[in-house]
Design a protein around this ligand. Sequence first.
Ligand code: DGY
Length: 332
Amino acid sequence: MSTTPTRQQVLVFRELPPDQLARLQAQHDVTVANPRLLEQLPAFRAALATADGLIGSSYKVDAALLACAPQLKVISSVSVGVDNYDLQALAARGIMLCHTPGVLTETTADTVFSLIMATSRRLVELANWVREGHWTSNIGEDLFGWDVHGKTLGILGFGRIGQAVARRGALGFGMPVLYHSRRPVDLAKDAPELAGKASHTPLDELLQRADIVVAMLPLSNETRGLMGAREFGLMKPGAIFVNGGRGATVQETALLHALNHGTLRAAGLDVFATEPLPMDSPLRTHPKVTALPHIGSATFETRHAMAVLATSNLLQVLAGETPQAVFELPPG
Ligand code: DGY
């Protein structure tokens, strides 16, 4: 005799595409409430009290919030990064955390590479210059950029996205790649196209040798504030710094100091310690900074693919199945 699966309580805390919301609604009782909007906060809190599953992103889920969700079994994050979640508290409660690795790799690497191009070739600055009507004669050397092809690319963090950035640099732009990660990657086995083109390098040496340093680090106790005054001071004169990982891996005052008083040429930043970037942050309008509003994965195709994976993860856990992409929590 077949039994109808029990409908469970799902709280969507960041908008989902209609087709994915419909998948959830077909099987469960769904509340959509965005806690960032004051008028939706009461509905969010009420739904939390009975929620079996949460799905969303870009919102801090700490132990205090979890205490208001006594029935919670699973959180499905529509992101690959999990720094918004209190991992210890989740582990202690036995709540499963799912995320969206893989589907955003190539798009995020595209964004990072566009920051490399924008900072080196001064694309935003020069496009604004044209827009403002300054193009009345041929440009002079004062507006020239710097080559990207053939430059040494240093990558901090060599997970999926770091490797995708490396492929673009090494295979598309003939760039020797240095990377720093906890352990060397077995390139012959796991990334054969990079074998002989990328070398595992100690952090200080990478900073001293790379023309363009790209940070693709997740945020953890080990990586928080990793790029500080000492590290920026080690970078080559005229080098460029790009951050496509997490803002808080960089000490922003040290970055500003390196841009204002050191020899750093430019910075391309998609992520910041506080997001949205505060209006009074000097990084917002700094002439050497190209700042983006955390758009690493923000294309129609990729955001949809992330929503599909996150929805599948949630439905699988609620059905008692193993989800496609679970994040391994520390021992509870
Ligand atoms: C991610 O998926 O972690 C991206 O940074 C978007 O938050």
